[in-house]
Design a protein around this ligand. Structure first.
Ligand SMILES: Cc1cc2nc3c(=O)[nH]c(=O)nc-3n(C[C@H](O)[C@H](O)[C@H](O)COP(=O)(O)O)c2cc1C
Length: 326
């Protein structure tokens, strides 16, 4: 079994990849999408979304990071895929799932799913442009309005010689609403021979087990679940190996938040460093009640030093509580 960390635009950037992969259990990451429309993008765009390219294309714990490309013109996607590979990307992932209106309006993401031939042509062009030793993978939904053409899409991906296919088991129309239709992934697996990775609504180790059973896939991709429970990949992989590992408790998570905030300050404009932190707390609070309390404390703060001070105090308190409980 392999576990992939999902690409999530505006949420899982290199700082989050660094933190989440440091906890173990993740076998591969994918960057946020690089949107390509008319031209070959300069290297700095790839380096901004994937700073790991400067370090052999992996996170500091050695987890490979594939570069995701989103676009509707086969030739432009192919040129940019080749550039990402030249810059050292360990794999190229093509996004045919993004439901955002702005993206779909400019002919990218899930809108391409309306025409399986376009999925084929874009994938085949990228595959031809990228050296054979660099994987070209595809991420798709079940379809745009409905899933009538899903199996045609799946066949198109294999016919284009993609290395692997990840399926987020919903149509564009389904948005992110539960359920995820894992049984449709099983239908895809039955008709192609390349590895299929199942994705959508895996929130805990029991979901992972059920998803693998229903989809028949060995490999899974985790998105929001890993943000709500940062140790989810580690728990799933330990359960798979039949090993028992302790879950992380809030006193283990709180220092990660501080580290995350510090990484944000290091890499981005300080004035906005609090926003990603608040965003992560919103995910975390669905699992950790303490995240709700912390969110209330920081939600109106703007100045990085104020947010940093609250975080440091919170970490110190949680360490004290851990110490008292021991
Ligand atoms: C905020 C957000 C941003 C996302 N950005 C991307 C993206 O850049 N590329 C992509 O292929 N999928 C993107 N996705 C979809 C996720 O990769 C994943 O397929 C989806 O969230 C379902 O998996 P999950 O239930 O484990 O979160 C995004 C999802 C969310 C919620």
């Amino acid at each position: 079994m392999r576990l992939m960390l999902a690409p999530m635009e505006g949420v899982i950037d290199h700082t989050m990849r660094e933190l989440l992969t440091s906890l173990g259990g993740v076998d591969r990451c994918v960057t946020e999408f690089v949107r390509v429309s008319e031209r070959l993008l300069p290297p700095r765009v790839f380096h901004r979304l994937c700073p790991e390219l400067q370090h052999g294309g992996t996170t500091s714990t050695g987890v490979p990071v594939y570069v995701q490309i989103l676009g509707g013109q086969a030739q432009v996607v192919a040129e940019n895929a080749a550039r990402a590979a030249e810059l050292g990307a360990l794999g190229i992932d093509l996004n045919f799932g993004c439901p955002a209106k702005t993206v779909n309006r400019s002919d990218g993401g899930s809108i391409i799913l309306k025409d399986p031939q376009r999925v084929h042509d874009i994938t085949a062009a990228a595959r031809r442009a990228v050296p054979a030793n660099v994987p070209v993978t595809v991420k798709t939904r079940l379809g745009y309005e409905d899933k009538d053409r899903f199996l045609d899409i799946v066949r198109a991906v294999q016919a284009a010689n993609a290395t692997e296919l990840t399926v987020h088991a919903r149509t564009k129309r389904n948005g992110y609403r539960p359920p995820a239709y894992w049984e449709d992934i099983a239908a895809a697996r039955e008709i192609i021979s390349i590895p299929v990775i199942a994705n959508g609504d895996i929130w805990n180790p029991a979901d992972a087990l059920r998803c693998r059973k229903i989809s028949g896939c060995d490999d899974l991709m985790l998105g929001r679940g890993a943000l709500c429970r940062p140790d989810l990949p580690r728990l799933i992989s330990a359960a798979h190996r039949g090993e028992a590992v302790d879950s992380l408790y809030w006193p283990d998570i709180a220092p990660l938040l501080l580290r995350f905030f510090e990484l944000q300050l290091e890499h981005y404009d300080g004035g906005h460093a609090g926003n990603p932190l608040k965003q992560w707390l919103v995910y975390l609070r669905s699992y950790f009640p303490q995240a709700s309390l912390l969110f209330e404390l920081v939600k109106r703060l703007r100045q990085p030093q104020d947010i940093g001070a609250i975080l440091k105090e919170h970490v110190a308190q949680s360490q004290q509580q851990k110490h008292n409980a021991a």
